[in-house]
Design a protein around this ligand. Structure first.
Ligand SMILES: [Zn+2]
Length: 186
């Protein structure tokens, strides 16, 4: 497996994730959940949407604004590894959902470096690089590694922020990064 040298902050590939609620690091799959909203559509199908990778609800400091209305979920470790990939793919048979949204979840769980690299792709688009121009989530390994090398250090705070938080944070914001990282520093 390729490695990323010289990056101050990195996740253990496919063992750690960023939480979509608190933006903190999910240290192991056992600390995480895959959640989604489950709704019955007019056609009687089960619609799933708002897929998110989050801390288990018992984790301190990760409880903000977490509605349980329409909540469906599964432990993140049910969805990791080869059996986990099977479980994810079988959801195509049981639910209707936006495949682009759901494929991003599959990639976050199963594609090396996707969790860190993909969230930097917006920065590359702002710099006029043609990486995933339509935000479909289709980013190859070379581009993921390039994104992490190019933007990973100077924007490491952006990597750990939720997409919403990143929208309101100016790219050039200077923030003391010490103390923010509670994952593994390289
Ligand atoms: Zn969290």
């Amino acid at each position: 497996m390729q490695n990323i040298q010289g990056i101050k902050f990195k996740l253990k590939t496919k063992e750690q994730w960023f939480c979509d609620v608190c933006s903190g690091v999910i240290e192991t799959a056992k600390d995480g959940m895959l959640e989604w909203d489950s709704l019955i559509s007019e056609e009687g199908m089960i619609d799933a949407k708002n897929f998110r990778i989050v801390h288990v609800r018992s984790i301190e400091g990760c409880k903000n604004n977490r509605s349980e209305e329409h909540l469906a979920d599964g432990h993140l470790h049910w969805f990791t590894g080869p059996n986990g990939l099977n479980n994810l793919l079988s959801m195509y048979e049981r639910y209707t959902f936006d495949p682009i949204e759901f494929n991003k979840i599959i990639r976050r769980i199963h594609v090396d470096f996707y969790e860190e690299g993909a969230r930097l792709s917006q920065l590359a688009r702002e710099d006029s690089y043609e990486i995933d121009p339509y935000d479909s989530g289709d980013i190859n390994q070379d581009d993921l590694l390039w994104l992490i090398r190019k933007y990973g250090n100077e924007n490491c705070i952006l990597m750990i922020l939720s997409p919403l938080s990143r929208q309101v944070l100016n790219k050039s914001t200077k923030v003391n990064l010490e103390g923010i990282f509670h994952g593994e520093a390289a």
